[in-house]
Design a protein around this ligand. Structure first.
Ligand code: SAH
Length: 460
């Protein structure tokens, strides 16, 4: 039997009606049952679409013109939205973004977790879903007239888009990038050229403590020397007294990785500070810190509520990073044990505990899936276990040792609903019951979703 041919051909333009949205935020329309995925298409819309890729069971299209618009369509406020790869959902009203994220979580709970009855709450969104990011890392290039330009890469290329503002960045980050670009241009500092691996300034990174107002500027160069270093520092700090730290990072390698190995503080302190709730954090150039502190607070408050601590509990925080969740838990529990794979993060966690006079949190370096069984052998019996793994979810060995430890409750913080649903199924089969899932929108305008989930031990 001849194989059925896809009903569309590459490069033809067709009229398509979108029925659905993918997790990435692409519109889905069907031609005789054959699905086409089209970026920027919204359910209910009828549009002219150019077919750009045809595979056996599905294809991709490009939106040419929307003929019938959805009420959910909005004009993206960013001028470069359609070129830049940073945001995926600016063409969608914020309420639709939230319902899309909720739908995604519900979908994987059913399809991957076989958890039909678990309540998924409406996502906790932001009142103002813009200018939330406290950290920018932006590549530096040159305009034809020799001035420096800064901008993100155009989608699927390494061409730098010339842009003045990024609307999901906190204002001080934008302003500092603009200032450093201008001052460096005035001083005649060259941009790095990726193709020839020549030139100097590769990236400008800015971190802001949203509660303290502190700013850290990191200048990444290919060269060991930062040209005109003293003048650069003088001009930046005179104009911007909130700059508490300037760091020079050297990255000599031909690589996409932004920061190199060598880091020197060339002005002020090694750290800036920020607070989430009543806990203070030290942030260095390289340390991991949540990029949307407002929503992080909402996320941790939920995690704490789900942990339901009364003061006498022993808690494990696996994948603890710089101890952010652990320190919140420590305020409400008897003892918290944190485990994290990156040694520098554990150092930061210990420092952050001291900074907040928290002495009932202990941090260990290692793989959670190895440390947990070891703790179990030592006789550690936690009342509550909190996990916050990376996108790939929890290691199976870790899930097994969690089950063997038999905590009353498990709180699972996740940045990937699919691996969350997979892991919840394993925990359900091991004797736990998923009570609720609360999505929190940490990254408005993008297709990322965070969730906090509460599980209880089943009655036996
Ligand atoms: N809970 C922290 C960090 C969460 S990010 C916060 O909210 O800020 C996930 C963390 O897991 C990262 O810090 C990463 O370094 C760590 N990690 C990744 N794999 C790990 C493993 N196998 N064992 C322990 N930690 C791991």
């Amino acid at each position: 039997m001849p194989k059925p041919q896809p009903p569309v051909q590459k490069n033809e333009t067709i009229t398509l009606t979108f029925e659905d949205l993918t997790h990435e935020g692409n519109g889905v329309g069907k031609v005789d049952g054959y699905p086409l995925f089209v970026p920027y298409g919204l359910p209910g819309e009828k549009a002219q679409v150019k077919v750009i890729k045809v595979k056996k069971n599905f294809g991709f299209g490009k939106l040419i013109e929307v003929e019938e618009e959805s009420d959910d369509r909005v004009t993206p406020p960013c001028d470069v939205y359609y070129q830049c790869g940073g945001c995926q959902l600016q063409h969608m009203s914020y309420s639709r973004q939230l319902s899309m994220k909720k739908g995604q979580v519900e979908n994987v709970m059913k399809k991957i977790g076989h958890l039909e009855h678990v309540p998924v709450h409406d996502p906790i969104g932001m009142n103002d879903p813009w200018r939330y990011r406290n950290k920018i890392q932006i590549p530096v290039g040159e305009k034809e007239n020799g001035e420096l330009k800064t901008g993100f890469y155009q989608k699927r290329t390494h061409n730098i888009i010339d842009m003045d503002t990024c609307l999901i960045q906190d204002e001080p980050n934008d302003r500092m990038v603009e200032a450093v670009r201008r001052i460096a241009t005035e001083l005649g500092i060259d941009a790095y050229h990726e193709e020839s691996h020549r030139g100097v300034l590769r990236h400008i990174m800015v971190r802001t403590g949203q509660q303290t107002g502190d700013i850290m500027v990191v200048l990444v160069t290919r060269t060991k020397k930062l040209p005109h270093q003293d003048k650069l520092i003088e001009r930046i700090t005179e104009a911007y007294p909130n700059v508490k730290s300037i760091v020079h990072n050297v990255n000599k390698d031909k690589t996409n990785v932004i920061l190199g190995k060598e880091t020197n503080v060339i002005y002020g302190d090694q750290y800036i500070y920020d607070t989430i709730g009543d806990i203070k954090f030290m942030i260095s150039a390289k340390s991991f810190y949540q990029v949307n502190p407002t929503q992080t607070k909402a996320l941790y408050d939920k995690a704490l509520e789900y942990a339901d601590l009364r003061g006498g509990e022993t808690v494990i925080d696996a994948y603890c990073g710089i101890g952010t969740i652990s320190l919140f838990l420590a305020e409400a529990a008897k003892k918290v044990y944190g485990v994290e794979i990156v040694p520098d993060a554990v150092k930061d966690a210990k420092k952050n505990a001291r900074l907040n006079n928290i002495d009932n949190a202990e941090f260990y370096v290692g793989q959670a899936e190895e440390i947990m069984p070891w703790w179990r052998k030592q006789g550690l019996r936690p009342d509550v276990i909190v996990v916050d793994p990376p996108r790939k979810g929890c290691d199976e060995a870790l899930l097994t040792s969690m089950l063997e430890m038999e905590p009353e409750r498990i709180v699972y913080v996740s940045c990937n609903p699919s691996t969350l649903a997979r892991d919840l199924r394993i925990l359900e089969d091991g004797g736990y019951e998923t009570q609720e899932v609360q999505p929190v929108d940490q990254f408005p305008q993008t297709n990322h979703v965070e969730c906090v989930t509460w599980l209880d031990k089943k009655e036996r």
